[in-house]
Write a protein that binds this ligand. Structure first.
Ligand code: 5GP
Length: 203
């Protein structure tokens, strides 16, 4: 399963929730050339590598997908661990950007693609600006990127609204175990959970 979505929608937080609460789900650990942030552990959150090592892995065809994210650093999914996990029949989750998701669609058309969406555009803007870690110019770039990324929702197999991290995480896990389970729109009126926040099957 691939989880993607716009900048700052909270993909990493949902992935962290699943890491904590659903150890049966294997989470791919990406390689990145960016520097670790405080609290990030090499081999757990990312494999932190330098440009030369990333080049070497890229040339050796070791990545299932890779992308430059926000024009700054390279991120890639190591192919071997994903293939070995799937061969064992264990559910695997990749939390990656949109460009990466499109590459996985090419390489593994049987994967299930989930788009994590904000409850509203205003909510996404608040998250981008509220984080306070980027300059105004950088925020504008990210908002423009987010507009393009939101338009990609229709490419995905399902959409989850990140109105609440644990609710979104639980919905993702239930989709992993039964991606074709009926959504509330398939249930008799009033029988499903809150229809404003639950998933919409897009294909
Ligand atoms: P951050 O640097 O904040 O941890 O992640 C920045 C972005 O990189 C997030 O949108 C995340 O989904 C994306 N990302 C993380 N790992 C990968 C990866 O292996 N491949 C791709 N394409 N994107 C990734």
């Amino acid at each position: 399963m691939v989880l993607a979505g716009p900048t700052a929608v909270g993909k990493g937080t949902v992935a962290a929730y699943i890491r904590r609460h659903h150890p049966q789900v294997w989470l791919s650990v990406s390689m990145t050339t960016r520097q670790p942030r405080p609290g990030e552990v090499d081999g757990v959150h990312y494999h932190f590598v330098d440009d030369a090592e990333f080049d070497r892995l890229q040339e050796a065809g070791e990545f299932l997908e890779w992308a430059v994210v926000h024009g700054r650093a390279r991120y890639g999914t190591p192919r071997g661990p994903v293939e070995r996990t799937l061969a064992l029949g264990r559910p695997a989750l990749l939390e990656i950007d949109l460009a990466g998701a499109r590459q996985v669609r090419q390489a593994m058309p049987d994967a299930f693609f989930v788009f994590l969406a904000p409850p509203s555009w205003e909510d996404l803007v608040d998250r981008l600006i509220g984080r306070g870690t980027e300059s105004t110019a950088e925020q504008e770039v990210r908002l423009q990127t987010a507009r393009t990324e939101l338009a990609a929702a229709a490419e995905f197999d399902a959409r989850i609204i990140n109105d609440d991290v644990s609710r979104a995480g639980e919905e993702l896990v239930s989709l992993m175990f039964d991606p074709r389970s009926p959504g509330p729109e398939d249930m008799p009126s009033g029988a499903g959970p809150r229809t404003d926040t639950t998933r919409t099957q897009l294909t």
